[in-house]
Design a protein around this ligand. Structure first.
Ligand code: AMP
Length: 417
């Protein structure tokens, strides 16, 4: 049965908390962005305030074995600073029995990177490149068997389990899903997870209408399931960025050298057809800011999106497109945004994406509910200083995408089941 942090009695209890402390580090192993650490603090502090102790677990990067580069020891000082108590460190997440047992109310322990062990992800490691299917199957069986012990060990440290790692909620890993089974009556979401789940529900389940989704980014293929799910739910679907050109070409447009995926053209047409049947307004860019080379200093010219000359590549949404999108955005009551509408990394082609950030802040001030997710979109609202001026900024790129594909995330299901 799912519990809730606010009503759970943590007095004298040890909570094992899965967080997402997968923060970027520079070459000196200094944290360059501590957002993920700060976002987990309300949950960790609450447990301590309520008389409990926390055993914090996370992954960092994608180590395939014990590798000091990915050690969580690099972040202990910052976690202690944010939490306001000295954080102890267990340099092996499977050998933390004594440290966990000695924890007193108000104390905190951080476990070393869970992904030092293959059992965290449950995927075999070190398989020969030419391994046969049989060998792969056998290796998977071995790791799945030892994963049971791994999960049991982690669970043995604590009295209750909190999942506050939305960034990994779409993975059925040991610490994000499987461990919940050991706490049938003592498992709950952290505040961050709760916030993310509510934000997605506000868009997909309880949206005030009109509901608009702005989906951008490079490829249709990476967001096909998202587009297919959203087209049945939204009133307006704004498709921007590189992926828009596949839709334009599929309708007979001439897109010059713009990014596109020929094999996805039938899917693009299917999405447009579904939209037509459901009365959904699909809004593609009408004109694009194009260049002859993929470089910030390249000469820029604006072309009608259906008539881009050969040698020119559409790189950003044009003012005319943004004018149309502005009307849609400012007349919507709920807006979901994921993905840049241009090559955001190049400042001269980031204008469209930054303007979307601006429009979302404006819509929020006018009373709309706005949810922003995905690396570049989050970077755009942050760069404009609007992270607090939109309703919710999601911390989980892949997890958010899977949620808006309509999938049930294993990390969420494990708590709710
Ligand atoms: P995604 O990871 O799918 O959200 O896509 C993000 C990437 O899409 C960014 O690296 C952008 O540079 C890229 N992108 C957006 N618009 C375009 C475009 N018109 N041409 C090429 N790449 C684009």
């Amino acid at each position: 049965m799912q519990q809730f942090i606010d009503s759970y009695d943590f007095t004298g209890k040890k909570a094992i908390v899965r967080v997402d402390f997968n923060v970027p580090l520079n070459e000196n192993f200094e944290i360059t962005d501590d957002t993920r650490i700060r976002r987990a603090m309300p949950t960790l502090k609450k447990v301590l305030e309520k008389g409990g102790a926390v055993i914090i677990m996370s992954h960092l990067g994608r180590p395939k074995k014990v590798d000091p580069k990915f050690s969580l020891k690099h972040i202990v000082a910052r976690v202690s600073e944010c939490l306001g108590v000295p954080v102890k460190f267990a340099d092996d997440c499977m050998k933390a029995d004594e440290l966990a047992a000695a924890l007193k109310p108000g104390e905190a322990l951080l476990l070393e990177n869970l992904r030092y062990y293959a059992e965290e992800e449950g995927k075999p490691r070190g398989l020969a490149e030419d391994a046969t299917d049989e060998e792969k199957k056998a290796a998977k069986k071995v790791v799945k068997e030892s994963q049971k012990e791994f999960v049991k060990k982690l669970a043995s440290y604590a009295d209750c389990y909190i999942n506050d790692a939305f960034g990994t909620a779409h993975r059925a890993h040991a610490s994000t899903a499987l461990i919940a089974e050991y706490f049938p009556n003592d498992k709950m979401f952290g505040y961050l997870m709760e916030g993310e789940i509510k934000a997605i529900d506000n868009v997909l389940k309880n949206a005030q209408r009109p509901l608009t989704a702005i989906i951008g980014g490079s490829k249709v293929s990476s967001k096909l399931a998202v587009l297919k799910n959203l087209v049945g739910k939204v009133d307006n679907l704004i498709i921007g960025g590189g992926m828009g050109f596949t839709f334009v070409k599929a309708q007979g447009g001439h897109i010059g050298n713009s990014l596109h995926e020929d094999d996805l053209m039938p899917d693009a047409l299917e999405i447009l057809q579904i939209a037509k049947e459901k009365g959904v307004n699909v809004s593609l860019s009408v004109a694009t800011v194009a260049a002859q080379e993929f470089s910030n200093d390249a000469e820029r010219k604006v072309f009608d999106i259906y008539n881009i000359p050969d040698g020119w590549e559409g790189m950003d949404a044009s003012p005319a497109s943004l004018e149309i999108w502005k009307k849609i955005i400012l007349s919507s009551k709920t807006i979901l945004w994921n993905g840049p509408v241009g090559v955001f990394e190049l400042p001269n082609f980031a204008k469209g994406t930054l303007e979307i950030a601006e429009l979302l802040a404006q819509a929020t001030a006018d009373g709309a509910y706005t949810l922003v997710g995905g690396g570049d979109s989050v970077a755009a609202v942050t760069k404009m200083g609007y992270a607090d001026k939109v309703s919710y900024v999601s911390t989980g790129g892949g997890a958010m995408l899977e949620a808006i594909e309509g999938k049930v995330l294993p990390g969420i299901a494990a708590i709710q089941d």
